[in-house]
Design a binder for this molecule. Sequence first.
Ligand SMILES: CC(C)(COP(=O)(O)OP(=O)(O)OC[C@H]1O[C@@H](n2cnc3c(N)ncnc32)[C@H](O)[C@@H]1OP(=O)(O)O)[C@@H](O)C(=O)NCCC(=O)NCCS
Length: 163
Amino acid sequence: MDLAYPVERSKTTQTRLVLPPDTNHLQTIFGGKVLSYIDEIAALTAMKHCNHAVVTASIDSVDFLSSATVGDALYLEAFVASTGRTSMEIYVKVHSNNLLTGEEKLTTESFLTMVAVDEYGKPVPVPKIIPSSEEEKRLFETAAARKENRKNRGLIGRDKSKK
Ligand SMILES: CC(C)(COP(=O)(O)OP(=O)(O)OC[C@H]1O[C@@H](n2cnc3c(N)ncnc32)[C@H](O)[C@@H]1OP(=O)(O)O)[C@@H](O)C(=O)NCCC(=O)NCCS
């Protein structure tokens, strides 16, 4: 597909509040809860980019860098880092903010692969991206190395008979 859109067009942000049911006995948020927020914002971003339904093909990496505590705000930001023929690599970062002190920390970084699909679940081509900020360009330029890592993990190009 020759169509290309600026990364900014589908960039998505969300704010969440860390609530008691989402935390462990240390009052810090469960990783799985953060992951569900990440999966949702990645899907929204991908759908905004390609204007199709999408499925999560893989959560390629997730790094929990610091914890967030009950009462903190979570600021999620997601954008398309690179595209394939039918897949979109989405980068998500999550900052926590202690609303009482104003302290803000990067808590989580993640890369996910979302695939655009038609009404039968069959992959369909997606537009390319036009990165503009330094961060967008850096992630775009390093996408091939991350793709190679995914291949080495055996997640791409695996023997379909073993599905
Ligand atoms: C993702 C899915 C649509 C791929 O279907 P498929 O028949 O393997 O399609 P293809 O082999 O043509 O691959 C389509 C694209 O997905 C990518 N892909 C497939 N599996 C992948 C994986 N595990 N990780 C990363 N990318 C993957 C391919 O590289 C290809 O990208 P490209 O077109 O940009 O080159 C299919 O495996 C699926 O529906 N999976 C379940 C998704 C789901 O339900 N997710 C919710 C959580 S369970």
